[in-house]
Write a protein that binds this ligand. Structure first.
Ligand code: PNS
Length: 169
């Protein structure tokens, strides 16, 4: 397939750190697009404090998809739609875990469309095992030395253990 006809989707987020829920969404997206570009948003863009620096988040995401050449990883500052345009992607992927996610996600999808009418947002439901999972809960549990081994891949667990000291796993 030529670069012109390939369908690329952007999967944006903080990924601080990447969880099994995120990994699940990317692999589901690869069921109907040719490439997924995981886009790590800079902190300034998000007005949130982070745990891992952007470079580390990117390294962890790359390790998660070391087996998958159709996944690339980038970082962005500023508007998501600008980054999507620069990446040649008209599709934004977002995971929808529960009804509580819906309002914010719907608002973002419509605002992104207002900013760039050609962009479409596709919501994917994760595996039910990850429907209550969030990176912020993972950070909190790991910081309190709880076991997050069900929720993150082993290389992410190592990074969390390095950051907080060995957890009960
Ligand atoms: O992992 P998150 O925190 O749910 O991701 C939120 C993210 C990064 C997708 C969102 O904050 C975003 O798109 N930020 C970029 C700035 C932007 O484009 N804002 C307008 C969105 S309507």
């Amino acid at each position: 397939m030529s670069a012109q006809t390939e369908r690329t989707a952007i999967y944006p987020g903080s990924f601080d750190p990447i969880t099994k829920g995120h990994e699940d969404i990317v692999r589901r997206a690869l069921g109907f697009v040719d490439r997924v570009r995981v886009a790590v948003a800079h902190r300034r863009t998000q007005k949130k404090d982070g745990l891992f620096p952007i470079a580390k988040r990117i390294e962890l995401i790359r390790q998660s998809f070391a087996d998958e050449p159709r996944v690339s990883v980038g970082e962005f500052e500023g508007l998501l739609v600008d980054f999507a345009q620069r990446s040649g992607a008209r599709l934004i992927i977002r995971g929808l875990r529960a009804v509580s996610d819906f309002e914010y996600e719907f608002q973002m999808a419509l605002m992104n469309r207002q900013l760039w009418p050609e962009v479409e947002t596709v919501f994917l439901a994760p595996d039910a095992r990850y429907s209550f999972l969030s990176a912020s809960l993972v950070r909190e549990i790991a910081s309190l030395r709880g076991d997050v081994s069900d929720f993150v891949s082993p290389h992410v667990l190592d990074a969390l253990n390095e950051r907080f000291g060995a957890a009960a796993t």
